[in-house]
Design a protein around this ligand. Structure first.
Ligand code: SF4
Length: 250
């Protein structure tokens, strides 16, 4: 057991315009490592399998408990959270690559800003226009509704569903599954629904819900098991109703 090792094959890129290359690393095995803790070890010991000291691998992470969504990467080809990927459960060499649907910053770190821009576009928030005690006056929500909405509220904007979606790529304007899930969540909220029409209009045009190809890859990879395809089906009905209202009511 003493000479057991953890073997990594990591796709690296020094900056967004540089050529990508593969680099391999080995580190001593110890039980309980996840990919982030192993990368931390490699940061302290940045020596590749050729014995050459190299620049430490760059990645993004924060909470270490699958809540912040920052450490998304391709691990053995699957988009997932590095903090939740236990080395003992992974085939070796453990192959790490950056997500491909977001602009690369360096090595395994990408810029997920366009997801946050999409959340702004669809007004993914509940409007509050005062500082009074909204809890006392807010409409009651049944526990059944709460449990459905709670699942959608767990989205951590990790981008795994966007990575898996064939319709979401650098040449498409598709808004992607995660923001659509948030439209569904906020449209179902008693206060959030004041923006329903604006949210629906935001996903009715170019790059909106009709760009979904129904591949259903998003639900396969979501670490929070969010039923994104249910949300997309619901929004399909809501946007059709909105289209009819626009046609006849105005
Ligand atoms: Fe990540 Fe799931 Fe949210 Fe997509 S829906 S961003 S996979 S948590």
């Amino acid at each position: 057991m003493a000479d057991k090792e953890i073997h990594f094959k990591i796709k690296r890129q020094d900056d967004p315009n540089a050529e990508a290359y593969w680099e391999e690393f080995k580190m001593p095995y110890s039980p309980g490592h996840n990919v982030v803790s192993a990368l931390m070890y490699l940061r302290e010991h940045p020596v590749n399998t050729e014995g050459r000291k190299v620049e430490p691998v760059v990645w993004d992470s924060n909470c270490m408990e699958e809540v912040c969504g920052a450490c998304s990467m391709l691990i053995n080809g699957t988009p997932r959270q590095a903090c939740a990927a236990l080395i003992d459960d992974l085939e070796q060499p453990v192959v790490l690559e950056p997500l491909t649907k977001f602009p690369l910053v360096r090595d395994l770190m990408v810029d997920r800003q366009k997801m946050f821009d999409a959340l702004l576009k669809v007004k993914a928030w509940v409007p509050v226009d005062g500082s009074w005690d909204i809890h006392r006056h807010a409409p009651l929500i049944s526990s059944g509704e709460q449990s459905i909405r709670y699942i959608f509220s767990r989205c951590m904007t990790c981008g795994c569903c966007m990575e898996a979606c064939p319709q979401y790529h650098k040449d498409s304007t598709f808004i992607g599954p995660a923001p659509l899930g948030q439209v569904s969540l906020h449209n179902s909220h008693p206060t959030g629904k004041y923006f329903n029409e604006e949210r629906l209009h935001a996903i009715m045009g170019d790059g909106g819900i009709t760009d979904c190809g129904n591949a259903q890859n998003c639900i396969q990879v979501c670490p929070k098991d969010i039923p994104l395809t249910d949300a997309i089906a619901r929004l399909g009905r809501q946007t059709t109703a909105q289209w009819l209202r626009d046609l006849f009511v105005k």
